[in-house]
Design a protein around this ligand. Structure first.
Ligand SMILES: Cc1cc2nc3c(=O)[nH]c(=O)nc-3n(C[C@H](O)[C@H](O)[C@H](O)COP(=O)(O)OP(=O)(O)OC[C@H]3O[C@@H](n4cnc5c(N)ncnc54)[C@H](O)[C@@H]3O)c2cc1C
Length: 260
């Protein structure tokens, strides 16, 4: 094999990463959180030709998928979500009462692979900590390196977009940032509304039916819908998350094409 210089390896990493980072300072859609809903939204929007950038605070994307329920790596989905699994080639088996399972590992890896292959770009170890609001509209997001941001007083940088999606699950961090600044209503104690107690069936319907633009330019999908709007939690079932991601992609695509 041809000899390689360590310094050339380093330069290759630095130039490739920064080329991409610089290109993604402006996107059509920014997605915060690479769980099932954010990845499904990324796949559908990127496939339509939108410039989609995902931020994930952890090293590994996939959010809550990997662990299935109680660390049993089986993802449960309902009949309605099977076409979405088929679209990205994730295998599934029928089990009982309209419920099917897929390997949680195949699901997490497959969603990442297809979102990126469709053209989305992901920055992992990147934490979104704030929003940029111009003339009453979310115009971008403020992000930093994970871990560094928590330890050191280092300024973040800003990314702009036509639409942003809060897909951060239970935390709904972008919604929380708007609430901290009183740009969105809170409950009477000033807290976020937060999730309700477990009701799998109602929760699964809630995360799909209530996908919405909660503030001009900011959309919620997945568990963030429950956290932001007070819906029930649903535990280890993933069909609603996937359908919620597909729905937010459809709504944003319709809005962006109207604006063009
Ligand atoms: C610990 C745990 C608890 C769970 N609890 C419940 C529950 O109470 N009720 C329930 O119905 N289901 C629960 N689940 C099941 C299931 O995992 C989730 O419902 C499902 O994964 C939610 O999908 P999502 O796409 O909305 O978000 P998630 O799968 O949660 O993905 C969100 C992603 O956003 C990333 N993220 C968060 N903040 C930021 C930020 N500031 N910047 C960048 N990235 C960010 C996270 O690292 C994560 O990868 C839980 C799963 C786990 C692992």
């Amino acid at each position: 094999m041809r000899r390689v210089e360590e310094t050339e390896i380093s330069k290759t990493i630095i130039s490739a990463y920064h080329e991409q980072l610089s290109d993604r300072i402006v996107s059509d859609v920014l997605i915060v959180g690479a769980g099932p809903s954010g990845l499904m939204a990324a796949f559908h929007l990127a496939r339509k030709g939108y410039k989609v950038t995902i931020f994930e605070k952890r090293l590994s994307p996939g959010g809550g998928v990997w662990g299935g329920g109680m660390a049993m790596a089986e993802a449960v989905v309902q009949d309605e979500a099977l076409p979405l699994l088929d679209e990205v080639g994730i295998r599934h088996q029928p089990r009982r009462e309209g419920l099917h399972t897929a390997s949680a590992i195949e699901l997490a890896a497959g969603l990442c692979f297809h979102a990126l292959q469709a053209g989305a770009v992901m920055f992992n170890l990147t934490i979104v900590e704030d929003v940029c609001v111009h003339q009453g509209r979310v115009a971008g997001l403020v992000a930093n390196r994970s871990l560094i941001a928590e330890e050191l007083p280092i300024d973040p940088i800003t990314f702009s977009s036509k639409a942003a999606i809060d897909a951060t699950g239970h935390e709904a961090i972008v919604v929380a940032a708007l609430r901290r600044r009183r740009l969105l209503p809170t409950d009477t104690t000033g807290e976020q509304f937060g999730e309700g107690p477990m009701d799998a069936s109602a929760g699964e319907a809630f995360v799909v039916e209530n996908v919405a633009e909660v503030f001009p330019g900011l959309w919620v999908t997945g568990m963030s819908v429950c956290a932001a709007l007070g819906g029930p939690r649903m535990g280890p079932i993933f069909g609603g998350m996937l359908l919620s991601g597909q729905r937010v992609a459809e709504l944003i695509a319709a809005k962006l094409s109207e604006a063009d």
